[in-house]
Ligand binder design. Structure first.
Ligand code: ARG
Length: 286
């Protein structure tokens, strides 16, 4: 039986989520758009599939609902569903990719979401790479820029969602998306790697989250911040042992996963996972 709440009563409770994933049937590293990608190195498609299936099963066993979108041949990075859109309160901000190699993914994810009944949809004016750079913490969005998402997208997202958006500048190319440098753990807890951010953004994070868990260089290099949390269970790369220990100390339940093949494209657990957040239930008065 998988625990769904911190047994020591520190307020950590898992809430079931609706997740979208994309099977890595066409996964490969055939181009390089981040420093992790080396097309000349071999990649084991079968192992990538097996590792992904395990992640998918883990989510289901934790009580989450997993939807899958059909992978498209010729889009090897489509497995990274987090980049496909940003979905908050049932509203969908489409993703417009920086690199030509991935541009077809944006409309593919948007069409799928529209087919599922998401009607409040915005095709963006500015480049943004979905939840790669937009992370919801409570009722505000943290928004990355520096490598992929255009900073002008931040105002576009704020206007569309009607939620405060805090821009953060990434400076380390190995942490090219916000979700490779920062993970949301609960409505008010995050963990991050300070060195991935500009001095100003580091100061903003320290101001907003004085109690945040800080990652060591080794855990950040193991992609430990590319984590998915349901409020209690935190799914993260198993090599990030320091972060796992810190999480456990704070009452979370860290669960290590091996996604070594997907890491060859610069992605891990969170990159494979797009959260579909529906509108909060309306309060009805009696
Ligand atoms: N190869 C992909 C890219 O560079 C990896 C994307 C990882 N996704 C993420 N959400 N960080 O775009």
């Amino acid at each position: 039986m998988i625990p769904s709440a911190d047994p020591y009563g520190r307020g950590r409770v898992a809430t079931p989520r609706r997740l979208l994933m994309c099977r890595p049937s066409h996964f490969d590293v055939i181009y390089s758009i981040n420093p992790w990608m080396h097309p000349e190195k071999p990649c084991d498609g079968g192992l990538a599939l097996a590792q992904w299936e395990k992640l998918c099963e883990l989510y289901t066993s934790l009580g989450h609902t997993v939807d899958v979108i059909d992978p498209i041949p010729g889009l090897p990075d489509m497995v990274f569903a987090a980049n496909g859109a940003t979905v908050v309160d049932g509203k969908v901000l489409g993703a417009r990719f920086r690199h030509l190699e991935r541009t077809a993914e944006g409309p593919a994810y948007l069409s799928w979401l529209q087919e599922q009944g998401f009607e409040d949809v915005l095709w963006p004016e500015f480049i943004n790479e979905g939840e790669g750079d937009y992370l919801l913490v409570g009722r505000r969005l943290l928004a990355g820029t520096g490598f992929r998402t255009d900073p002008r997208s931040h105002a576009e997202a704020q206007e569309f969602f009607g939620l405060p958006v805090t821009g953060l500048t990434l400076v380390n190319p190995r942490h090219y998306h916000l979700d490779t440098a920062l993970a949301v753990l609960s409505a008010d807890d995050i963990m991050y790697y300070p060195d991935a951010f500009s001095p100003g953004s580091r100061a903003v994070l320290a101001e907003m989250f004085p109690d945040a868990i800080l990652a060591s260089p080794a855990d950040a290099a193991a992609f430990g911040l590319n984590a998915f949390s349901d409020g209690f269970n935190v799914v993260l790369p198993e090599a990030a042992t320091g972060l796992a220990a810190q999480l456990a100390k704070r009452g979370f339940n860290p669960i290590g996963v091996d996604l070594s093949e997907l890491l060859k494209a610069g992605g891990s657990a969170k990159c494979c996972t797009l959260e579909l957040r529906t509108a909060p239930a309306r309060r009805t008065s009696v």
